[in-house]
Design a protein around this ligand. Structure first.
Ligand SMILES: [Zn+2]
Length: 92
């Protein structure tokens, strides 16, 4: 059986990568990325879909604008939060 995927998870991951690429002074190690994703996803409703649909949805870039706005807001807040409270020591 194919398991449903959380579209929000896929989209947040993409957006975290995009936003980190644009920012300087933000650690982009795997620990911080995972923490940013966790913080953002905890503030966003899950969007479960089946794998095939999810893949199409993501590839086509069909996002409703409210969802993409919400994602950007939460990802930006999460980045600031982790930047100020990294789980590891600075510069590690
Ligand atoms: Zn880090």
């Amino acid at each position: 059986m194919k398991k449903p995927v959380n579209l929000a998870e896929i989209l947040v991951e993409q957006m975290v990568e995009e936003q980190l690429a644009k920012r300087t002074g933000m650690c982009s190690c795997d620990i911080c990325k995972a923490d940013i994703m966790a913080v953002a996803l905890n503030h966003l409703p899950p969007r479960y879909t089946n794998t095939d649909k999810g893949g199409l949805y993501v590839r086509a870039g069909i996002l409703d604008s409210q969802l993409s706005t919400d994602l950007l807001v939460e990802v930006s807040k999460a980045i600031e939060h982790i930047k100020n409270n990294p789980r590891h020591k600075p510069n590690v």
